[in-house]
Design a binder for this molecule. Structure first.
Ligand SMILES: [Fe+2]
Length: 315
């Protein structure tokens, strides 16, 4: 009798262990899947500001110059006093700040943009060109006046020469092409481009600020050394692994000019993914908003540095 009881108990024990092990297995797998899902979602939908650095080398540059490129802010909020963005700009130690369009929005009040300007315009020489949303607001002249009131230089088919660290640059700027639809009497985009491209003849490094990146046919008719743009918002959703954007205004699906450096026939083009976040109708996916920082550097010094390091013995 006692033997029978003991046998029954020993037969049941493995069944209980097996069920417990299976439960543990399921629990661990489901927890891992949940954690992975949360990590992927947090990464994919992150709108945490990032800073992207590029270096442009040119024989026309003798001393390095640092440029902070801000585009497509759409008056979005970056913390009390815009401190997240302001701290990132200050940390980059720029010599100039370029505000390349859609810094304000046609639906969102200008408050956050003004907070940013209060924090940076006294500290750095700042340049601004209009974007399509500022023009669509129907108040682009008032917007430009607001930028001027903070000491920002507004460029509408104009060029400014500035000397920084002993290095003279031509800063050219053109309005968004929509300017003629809303502001009658303004020079058309191509006329503004032609007007500013005269600056390329004086031998200085010439930078063009133009909100739209896709107008490369127009840019390639001229010889700017560097063009900086935004507008494409990185293609809104960045496709992982191939690092390309999904869709952007004026370029449609799988746009070509959304983020990074593009070698054009006569120029280099740098496109920022911009800073818009709560203003966008579609969320940004794998597409963190960015502050772009560009260092202009002497090609000769870089080549010399390269040959010096190439001739150093391998340790
Ligand atoms: Fe835009």
């Amino acid at each position: 009798m006692g033997d029978r009881v003991s046998n029954t108990a020993s037969e049941k024990k493995p069944l209980i262990d097996l069920a417990a092990a299976k439960y543990r297995q399921h629990y661990i797998r489901n927890t891992a899947l949940l954690v992975a899902g949360i990590v992927i979602a947090l990464t994919a939908f992150s709108v945490r500001l990032t800073t992207t650095e590029y270096t442009v080398r040119s024989q026309k540059i003798a001393a390095p110059v640092r440029l902070a490129l801000i585009t497509d802010l759409h008056s979005c909020y970056y913390g009390e006093g815009q401190k997240t963005l302001v701290n990132a700009i200050n940390a980059a130690k720029p010599d100039l700040v370029l505000l390349a369009g859609d810094i304000c929005d046609d639906e969102i009040p200008n408050e956050n943009t003004e907070t940013l300007l209060k924090a940076i315009a006294d500290r750095y020489p700042c340049y601004y060109v209009s974007g399509n949303h500022e023009i669509w607001s129907g108040e682009v002249e008032a917007v430009k006046e607001m930028f001027r009131s903070y000491g920002v230089k507004v460029l509408s088919g104009e060029t400014e020469s500035i000397t920084v660290n002993g290095q003279t640059l031509n800063i050219c700027g053109v309005d968004d092409p929509d300017i003629t639809k809303y502001e009658h009497g303004s020079l058309a985009f191509s006329e503004q481009l032609s007007a500013v491209s005269a600056a390329t003849e004086n031998g200085n490094f010439t930078l063009l600020m133009s909100h739209r990146p896709e107008l490369v046919i127009e840019y390639d008719k001229r010889s700017f050394d560097l063009i900086v743009s935004g507008h494409a918002h990185g293609g809104q959703w960045r496709l992982p692994f191939i690092n390309a954007g999904l869709i952007s205004p004026n370029q449609g699906l799988f746009p070509k000019y959304t983020s990074g450096v593009y070698q054009l026939e006569n120029s280099e083009l740098i496109v920022s993914r911009g800073l818009a976040r709560e203003s966008t109708r579609l969320p940004r996916i794998y597409n963190r908003p960015e502050l772009v920082v560009i260092t202009l550097e002497s090609e000769k010094q870089w080549q010399n540095g390269k040959s010096r390091s190439a001739s150093l013995p391998t340790p």
